[in-house]
Design a protein around this ligand. Structure first.
Ligand code: G
Ligand code: G
Ligand code: G
Ligand code: MN
Ligand code: NA
Length: 249
């Protein structure tokens, strides 16, 4: 059977789940929030990775109700976390252009009771590439409510510095491919420069895919604000999110 057919039934059958990956403030070593990551447990296919089903969900329009479900579920879980912990939710371009997006975000906040300033929306450059007036209006409206906008996978694809001038962005997430190669001279120079760029623009910089102490030490030395990755914690069930600082054994 086609993936499309199974996907359409999956939302109704409650086959989706969210995992949460902690995000740490590097200077304080405290967990400051978590990113919600969608999982599809298909009875027929097993665990299907989001990179396989999100593009199909976008094609068939299912990403709109599926994205609404993720927002609402993520906010509901985050409502039970200690004060101040933020929840980051990935948002697809198709969702933002749907016309109902702002309303569904506001509804998820109201339903869960999570204050707007604890919600972060992660967007990629594909969100910003076209229809920029509609997107700009929607993002500005949400940001006026206190919601933060993060530019995900920064540095790969078509991510462009001009987006940082035209769109309201609160955070840059450096793509994990840069962190993986941070021990190479040229990559280190790029990461250092993006960290400096964030500091100059007043934008929080988060390093993704942090797996080793050496990577974390480099980022700490260079003044990177936040880190996310297996070293800090893998994506896991919500109950594992622990806001206490990591203590060195
Ligand atoms: O953690 P993982 O390998 O599973 O995630 C792969 C990618 O899938 C993420 O980088 C993210 O871009 C995308 N993704 C995960 N969850 C969601 C979601 O809820 N909505 C959207 N649009 N994308 C998601
Ligand atoms: O939204 P985004 O595309 O950034 O999703 C994060 C993806 O990166 C998820 O698929 C998640 O499982 C994965 N991931 C999270 N931490 C690490 C890490 O430290 N190393 C690697 N290789 N992947 C990671
Ligand atoms: O302490 P724990 O066993 O939870 O550590 C899990 C992972 O987090 C380990 O890989 C460890 O290297 C890393 N880690 C431990 N302590 C610290 C700390 O104080 N700061 C940071 N940033 N990472 C830590
Ligand atoms: Mn993300
Ligand atoms: Na990313």
């Amino acid at each position: 059977r086609a993936l499309e057919t199974d996907l359409e039934a999956a939302l109704r059958r409650q086959e989706f789940e969210l995992d949460f990956q902690p995000i740490m403030n590097i200077a304080s070593s405290e967990i400051v929030g978590a990113e919600a990551l969608m999982r599809w447990h298909s009875p027929a296919r097993g665990l299907v990775p989001p990179d396989d089903f999100i593009p199909v969900a976008e094609e068939i329009g299912l990403i709109v109700p599926l994205g609404e479900w993720a927002l609402r579920n993520a906010c509901t879980v985050a409502a039970g976390w200690p004060d101040g912990l933020r929840i980051a939710v990935n948002v697809s371009a198709v969702q933002i252009k749907s016309g109902t997006f702002a309303r569904s975000v506001i509804s998820a906040l109201a339903f869960s009771g999570v204050p707007a300033d604890r919600l972060e929306l992660e967007i990629t450059e594909t969100v910003l590439m076209d229809e920029s007036d509609t997107v700009l209006k929607t993002l500005s409206q949400l940001r006026d409510l206190g919601i933060r906008i993060a530019l995900d996978d920064f540095g790969i694809g078509y991510s462009s510095l001009s987006y940082l001038r035209r769109f309201p962005v609160d955070k840059i997430k450096i793509d994990r491919s840069f962190i993986r190669d941070i021990d190479k001279r040229d990559t280190a120079a790029i990461v250092r420069t993006v960290i400096g760029l964030g500091a100059q623009l007043g934008i929080t910089v988060t390093a993704e895919g942090v797996e080793t102490e050496a990577q974390l030490e480099f980022l700490s030395r260079e003044g990177c604000v936040e880190a996310q990755g297996y070293l800090i914690g893998a994506p896991s069930k919500a109950a594992d999110i622990n806001p206490l600082p990591k203590s060195r054994a």
